[in-house]
Design a protein around this ligand. Structure first.
Ligand SMILES: C[S@@+](CC[C@H](N)C(=O)[O-])C[C@H]1O[C@@H](n2cnc3c(N)ncnc32)[C@H](O)[C@@H]1O
Ligand code: SF4
Length: 367
């Protein structure tokens, strides 16, 4: 069946260095393996060769660390898959990979959004993460990148062990001085199969996490960054991530590359995540899950409540032939009474408290 997806995700699973907290699909840099991977990736991409996308996102791993020959070939190929009115062509980058040559390659190939993994401007915490850049490098390279690409996003992490509200405020003070348009602020999650987990480092307790999150929310608001999704903030609506909003609005998207996930025709799939198989051009899937109507309804609620604009009642009713207010009357009454949700004329949204307790709110809608 021909995919109608407006967005394409491509996974590049290589990094120069492995961070202490990361459990994403990635391997340490190896040029021969990268050359082999790219040969397979171009074959994998052939299935989309006749398509035009509004958004293409290259994530990883670290797409910015790839040798320029492979990087250029990939961008040149993808450039041809962009719709003439495309919205975003985004690539993830580590701080230390940003230089004039890299930025020129992006610009020449229509990349119009750069997402930079900073994690913190405090070297105590970047060292804890095992990141290799300094605070000075992060500041200078963000400024340099802004000369080439206007739509700059950075990733920060909070809830490092020992991190205080003062530390957060210091990071946000630096953000205020930089030409950043968008910010993703994730709480540190200590996952099995990471260096932090093997060192028995534990997640910060919920009360501290909530205090730090409120500090982020309030201080970013003061400097003009509006939250539009639980972990995402932007200066002006036009810099909200078009690509990620396709995920959160439960729309379809295509995927290429090792272990990448896609969504089409009510089916979620995960590409093969065995690199040797992938290099041998085995493009089988690790999983293909056909969603039931019940699954899709729950996903719709779960994803839209992550967004500040919330769930649009009319659209929901039309899409599923259900009266949302009737069906979830008891859950809504409970959440409204406990100031977790608010209902406007057209939308249901979480309050700040509701967004902090989102998992508990969602459990109520799992029938
Ligand atoms: C997987 S990385 C890929 C992009 C690039 N290599 C980088 O490190 O910026 C994307 C982002 O995921 C976030 N991330 C990954 N693992 C995380 C974890 N365990 N807890 C919180 N954030 C995490 C980091 O903020 C990181 O910038
Ligand atoms: S956080 Fe980014 S750079 Fe670090 S290991 Fe994960 S993918 Fe690689």
């Amino acid at each position: 069946m021909k995919s109608k997806a407006k967005a394409l995700y491509i996974h590049i699973p290589f990094c120069r260095n492995i961070c202490t907290y990361c459990d994403f699909k990635k391997f340490i840099y190896n040029q021969k393996r990268i050359d082999d991977y790219f040969k397979s990736l171009f074959l994998d991409l052939e299935q989309y060769s006749a398509k035009k996308y509004k958004s293409i996102y290259i994530g990883g791993g670290t797409p910015s660390c790839i040798d320029y020959q492979n990087l250029k070939r990939l961008l040149e190929y993808l450039k041809n898959l962009l719709d003439k009115n495309f919205v975003e062509f985004c690539i993830e980058s580590n701080v230390e990979d940003i230089n004039e040559n890299f930025l020129k390659i992006l610009l020449e190939n229509k990349v119009n959004r750069l997402s930079i993994g900073v994690q913190s401007f405090n070297e105590k915490f970047t060292e804890f993460c095992g990141r290799k850049h300094t605070k000075k490098q992060a500041i200078e390279n963000i400024k340099l990148a802004s000369k080439y690409i206007k739509n700059l996003s950075i990733d920060l992490i909070f809830a490092f062990p020992g991190q205080t509200a003062k530390d957060i405020k210091e990071d946000i003070k630096i953000v205020e001085t930089l030409p950043i348009k968008h910010l993703s602020y994730y709480s540190l999650l200590i996952e099995p199969n990471t260096i932090l987990f093997s060192k028995k480092i534990e997640n910060v307790d919920d009360v501290t996490q909530e205090k730090l999150y409120r500090c982020i929310y309030n201080n970013l608001k003061k400097i003009g960054f509006k939250r539009y999704e639980i972990s995402n903030f932007s200066k002006f609506k036009k810099y909200e991530s078009y690509h990620n909003k396709i995920y959160w609005k439960n729309q379809t998207y295509d995927a290429a590359g090792l272990g990448a996930s896609g969504y089409r025709e009510e089916t979620r799939y995960v590409n093969n995540s065995n690199i040797l198989k992938y290099i041998n051009k085995d493009f089988s899937k690790d999983s293909i899950t056909t969603l039931t109507k019940k699954d899709i309804i729950f996903e719709e609620i779960m994803l839209s409540l992550r967004l500040d604009e919330g769930l649009n009642i009319n659209n929901f009713n039309k899409k599923f032939g259900i009266n949302f207010i009737e069906k979830y009357k008891s859950q809504l009454n409970y959440c409204i009474a406990n100031k977790l949700l608010v209902v406007t004329n057209s939308n249901i949204k979480t309050t700040l408290k509701g967004s902090l307790l989102l998992n508990s709110v969602l459990e109520l809608f799992l029938d």
